[in-house]
Design a protein around this ligand. Sequence first.
Ligand code: C2E
Ligand code: CA
Ligand code: CA
Length: 732
Amino acid sequence: MSGTKPSIQYRTTDGLASIMARANTHDKDINKSSYQILIIDDNINLLYSTQALVEANGYRCIIADGGEAGLNVLNRMAIDIVLLDLSMPEIDGYAVLKHIHDQKIDTDVIVVSGESTFDNAATVFKSGALDFLSKPYKSSQLLSTIDNVAYKRGLKINLKATQNQLEESEQRYRFIVSYSPDIIYMIDHRGFFTFINDRVTDLLGYKPDELVGEHFSTLVHEDDLMIAEHIFNERRTGDRSSHNVEFRLKSTDPEVLSKPFESSSIVIELCSMGVYENKADGTPYLGTYGVARDISDRKKDQEMIHFQAYHDLLTRLPNRELFLDRLNLSINQAERKKAMLAVLFLDMDGFKFINDSLGHVIGDSLLQRVALRLQETLRDTDTISRIGGDEFSILIPELQNREEAGLVSQKILDAFSKPIILDNHEITISFSIGISMFPDDASCTEELIKNSDMAMYHIKGRGKNGFEYFSDHMQSIYQYRHTIEQDIRKALDNDQFEAYYQPQYNINTQEITGLEALIRWNHPDKGLITPDHFIPVAEEIGLICEIGRYMLDTGCKQLKSWIDQGIEPLKLSINVSAFQLAESNFDVVICDLTKKYKLPPHLLMVEITETSLMQDMEQVIPRLKNLVKCNIGICIDDFGVGYSSLSYLQILPIDILKVDRSFLSCITENHEKACIIKAIVAMARELELDVIVEGVETQQQLNYIKNIGCSIVQGFLLGRPLPESEVRKLLK
Ligand code: C2E
Ligand code: CA
Ligand code: CA
């Protein structure tokens, strides 16, 4: 194909080529095929020939053979240009023009008319026509007129589109600025607001109008003025132009005195921002614009995080970090003022037991109440800190003498003499308090705390509920205890514990009636250790239950082994700690053991001290009753030194009362105290309970016991606790 178009014949005055050439005035600017032209004329011949001409020239074209047909088209479709004959029957060109005007039809009209008088033309233009062509005309005239009108129309359309775009983008910009979550502002070179968006009203309460013309300092918090001035005055450009600075802005709301804002300010230059042009003083710098973001929430979060980092969340007391910080400061001050200060280490007595038996929820509430009571008792200048589970450190700054620290400690102990009532539980707590003084006992924070801790351990070992000043000799005791703690863990793993057995005799028949299992520790370095040296520590560090289970299992296994060897069956007593009693499955564990070793359960006896029984009677009694159901015996150990109320003797299914040996020591000197044993024996007889007197060391004591009618006795005089191999010989 050569690419030549099929030729079309037109009935026109000029040849097609020349018409095209002449009509090319604005060819490069007009996309002719996008224009829809409508020719309205009652002369049919002219109508067709003009259509052919216009189409040949690249326009789209339709025709209407009169006014009415023309109006129909105009009402129906979009027409860019109308070639309109004026004189037509019925609806003439004027009527069509009026219709276009009245209906606001967007089209450009070229009037074609035989009557080309000036009046005529003027009327036509007034009616809204864009051009006028008098008949007869040359084809080239017609085409250049159409091109002209099309070109103008094109310009008009482009302009409109550009305007629309501008309007849209301005609307977008306004929307963004008005609805911005940040404050957007402009400040002139003297520091006065030239613009600020509506956001300022929500955030600070001012109307933008109130602020425009005001100096920025009216908004900035007094303390932050220096920073703000520096930011707004320093003419930063390039890399330094965008910069985040934090300062506070004033609010009209008295509740929110000032809000912290992070302002990113950018310096602007005249050349880039025409609006700010001011050549009068020759400086291009005209002001600052920027965005200020409300970061109050972030600040609050930061404060919260800071609080959490330095406080115990349960009690809201300062934590160890903050305590160390305050202690450091106080040491410096005390040094300067040549004053003393005290660090108190408080450990709650028996908290672990409360927590285990009453549950963690009550344990937590108790700690909160304790924290409150401590705060009420002490001065605001003292720092109370919770540094561990039930451990508190207290800093008492600026003391005149050592005795003052003791007075404060006593005040704390007194404050806790009243019980704390939680969830219907009346909980009486006490503290062991260790005191260490600056500068006498130590000069640095860590050492002061360590020494107070040591002093606390010392008072704990000596009966709790009291305070003790640090002294140098505690160092070795502390270290001993610390090593023991680690050694106990190893001992359990390495099987270093062993059961010894002490016989109980019926002094009337001289027969062994039972045995008490007593734990011994074969320490690899320290040799044989008796329980007084490690049981309290094991209770403190939570290993007593494991040790207790070991003793129960060993005892039961041993008893079974003796029976299997044909040794006459004896009662075996095993000591049980308060912590074991607090375990919910305590009864089940023991009953299961008798089944495991196929033991007659009545041979087994658990020894419980009065005090451990009283810790949480409501929970413990049902478990003990279960033991009795299993036929296992219960013996109250150390009877007479623990609890003052004896009513439990009626509630509990007890078999034996074991009189504490402290009552015996007085038999030689003080007969009045010895009478207590007599009274206990009488009472036991009334209640139909058996009595064992333990700790009998002398013949005198034995005689006394015999005289008051008590028959079962345990003591060094008759037999010491022995290892299994030796007790076996005794039994045979
Ligand atoms: P306890 O239950 O009151 O045991 C009697 C203690 O008195 C034993 O001390 C025993 O050796 C000692 N004793 C017996 N006769 C005499 C005497 O005539 N004179 C003197 N001075 N003492 C005598 P031990 O074995 O050192 O036990 C001390 C405490 O350790 C026990 O007191 C008991 O509370 C506890 N304990 C011993 N074994 C266990 C155990 O397996 N579990 C638990 N939880 N505690 C145990
Ligand atoms: Ca005992
Ligand atoms: Ca005892």
